[in-house]
Design a binder for this molecule. Structure first.
Ligand code: UDP
Ligand code: MG
Length: 148
């Protein structure tokens, strides 16, 4: 079963949106298999966003992302990566559709409250980076009511 790395950024934590975001993934039918509140170091965050290190917004992004705790999560389910990205909405909140997390809950790209893996490959890398201790395997009692 596919897994994706979803992270509530410091603004999402500060604004009390953890419950709202978790609720959407839970209600969708995805299964939470790892979760922790953590204050990442600069080095840890730079590694997470290593592909963006040449961008002009990189320094600001790292400052933002290390400004407080983040809620790191792994969600599991069929199509979790692609569907997770759809649920988050477009990177630019001004372009995110209503009904998406970013479309409903934020205004600026530099305060867009959540992160989601953009491919299965990056999901695997991000899960290993944020959860070196491993994830929690469990069987959900609602499985037969979510999957045919
Ligand atoms: N970002 C930014 N300015 C930009 C583009 C991106 O501050 O012009 C930030 C934004 O918080 C975004 C993050 O950098 O979520 C990572 O960028 P990416 O292109 O990977 O977007 P995402 O995968 O988060 O949708
Ligand atoms: Mg990205």
């Amino acid at each position: 079963m596919e897994r994706t790395y979803i992270m509530i950024k410091p603004d999402g934590v500060q604004r009390g949106l953890i419950g709202e975001i978790v609720k959407r993934f839970e209600s969708k039918g995805f299964k939470l298999v790892a979760m922790k509140l953590t204050k990442p170091s600069k080095e840890h965050m730079e590694e997470h966003y290593v592909d963006l290190k040449e961008k002009k917004f990189f320094a600001g992004l790292i400052e933002y992302m290390t400004s407080g705790p983040v809620c790191a999560m792994v969600w599991e389910g069929k199509g979790a990566v692609v569907t997770g990205r759809k649920m988050l909405g477009a990177t630019m909140p001004s372009e995110s559709d209503p009904g998406t997390i970013r479309g409903d809950l934020c205004i600026e790209v530099g305060r867009n409250i959540c992160h989601g893996s953009d491919s299965v490959d990056s999901a695997n890398k991000e899960i290993a980076h944020w959860f070196p201790e491993g994830i929690c395997e469990w069987e959900s009692c609602s499985k037969a009511w979510i999957y045919e």
